[in-house]
Ligand binder design. Structure first.
Ligand SMILES: Cc1ncc(COP(=O)(O)O)c(C=O)c1O
Length: 395
């Protein structure tokens, strides 16, 4: 028997999350570093945020805003969020009782799920889905019920939600439906008809909605973001999540927010105050001051649409098949003309042999699902995109 520092026979409990390992985003970023690949895998910008925002952080720190802020977020930031949501979506949220500042969207999502889902209750998850949803449901003792999106059509249509299947998935145990628009990883965007279909499905039930809208300012080609907040009947049963990280190119700050009617927000805050209590103070002051100018988020669709168009034009000269990209900063491609490898193996090969990191879309499904599609992130400097395109063109 080898000597160990802990010789007592101790039985550690079985894992609560048997399916969870290191996330694919971490693995692919590590592979990109190891291989020197251009990292179009994990979704984060490789350019700087507006220096004016950094000046606001500096000002806030030097003004002494470095101690605990209120549990719900500083009033100035909650008021700025209320004003933005009213101006953009016509929805009136009470800044005191219906808005909470969170440590990014991830903390907001798990907090909402822990607050609202009881053991044995079902949560409808539309796949492919962001990877934090299912572990959060599992930790709450909830049961994920999966509905797969329709794949893109030959007519150029994007991935879409099969609302008839969502309706069929509802049972007396359904507590929550999770939606995400603009959608990671598919880049699809819910339209007015989708929101009306959802409204029809939940009408007359007590089913709640958790709407992940972190890419709300990345909708292209003149379309508008259909926030759940635009639909009063949906708003009344919805928790909406957004992220300053995505909007202001500061994903590492991990600051976001949640909107919900007061009774739902009261429950949210009961959990929030014990899993994070509050969010760092100077960033909140900086964001509150910076939000006075709507230009940065109003200009974001044009900013990212230029990147999307540049990247797509380059990809059109490769052997990848482009899928539609209506929102987010992600572009899906089919690689069937290049390789028959599985998505995971193709991403390994692509990083090592071509020098470009991507994410397999199969990572966004609970059960293995192979469709020969990978995701690139185009929230990158033009020179980064050009370097990646030059490599991809050699395949
Ligand atoms: C759909 C979706 N939801 C939530 C998040 C998490 O956002 P945050 O970094 O603010 O926690 C991400 C980040 O990639 C995302 O793509």
């Amino acid at each position: 028997m080898p000597e160990t520092s802990h010789s007592t026979p101790l039985h550690y409990p079985a894992t609560k999350l048997p399916k969870v390992g290191t996330t694919i985003f971490t693995l692919m970023s590590a592979l990109a570093v190891e291989t020197g690949a251009v990292n179009l895998g994990q979704g984060f910008p490789d350019f700087h945020c507006d220096p004016a925002l950094l000046d606001e952080v500096d000002r806030a720190m030097r003004a002494g805003f470095n101690q605990y802020p209120p549990m719900t977020g500083i009033p100035a930031l909650r008021s700025a969020i209320a004003a933005k949501v009213l101006a953009l979506y016509g929805a009136r949220y009470n800044a005191d009782s219906e808005i909470t500042v969170t440590a990014g969207a991830t903390q907001a999502l798990i907090t909402a799920i822990l607050a609202l889902v009881r053991a044995g209750e079902e949560v409808i998850v539309i796949e492919p889905a962001y990877d934090s949803y299912v572990p959060a449901i599992t930790l709450a003792g909830g049961v994920p019920v999966f509905v797969a999106m329709n794949p893109p059509g030959a007519d150029g249509s994007n991935f879409s939600v099969p609302w008839d299947k969502v309706r069929a998935a509802i049972t007396p145990r359904t507590r929550l439906i999770m939606i995400n628009s603009p959608h990671n990883p598919t880049g699809s965007v819910l339209r007015r008809e989708d929101l009306l279909a959802l409204q029809d499905i939940v009408s007359g039930t007590d089913v709640l909605i958790l709407s992940d809208e972190v890419y709300e300012h990345m909708v292209y080609d003149g379309a508008r973001h259909e926030s759940v907040a635009r639909y009063p009947e949906l708003l009344a049963r919805s928790v909406i999540v957004s992220s300053f990280g995505k909007t202001y190119h500061v994903t590492g700050w991990k600051v976001g927010y949640v909107l919900a009617p007061a009774p739902l927000m009261a429950e949210f805050r009961k959990v929030h105050q014990f899993n994070v209590f509050t969010v760092n103070t100077p960033m909140q002051h900086a964001l509150a001051a910076y939000m006075n100018n709507p230009a940065p988020y109003l200009e974001l669709p044009a900013f990212y649409q230029r990147k999307r168009d540049f990247f797509r034009a380059g990809l059109a000269r490769t052997r990848f098949e482009l899928l539609p990209a209506d929102g987010t900063y992600f572009q899906l491609v089919r690689y069937g003309a290049i390789s028959t490898l599985s998505e995971g193996d193709f991403c390994q090969w692509l990083a090592r042999e071509a020098g470009v990191a991507a994410i397999p879309v199969s990572a966004f499904y609970d059960q293995p699902s192979e469709s020969g599609v990978v995701r690139f992130c185009f929230a990158k400097k033009e020179e980064t995109l050009s370097a990646a395109l030059a490599r991809l063109a050699t395949l």
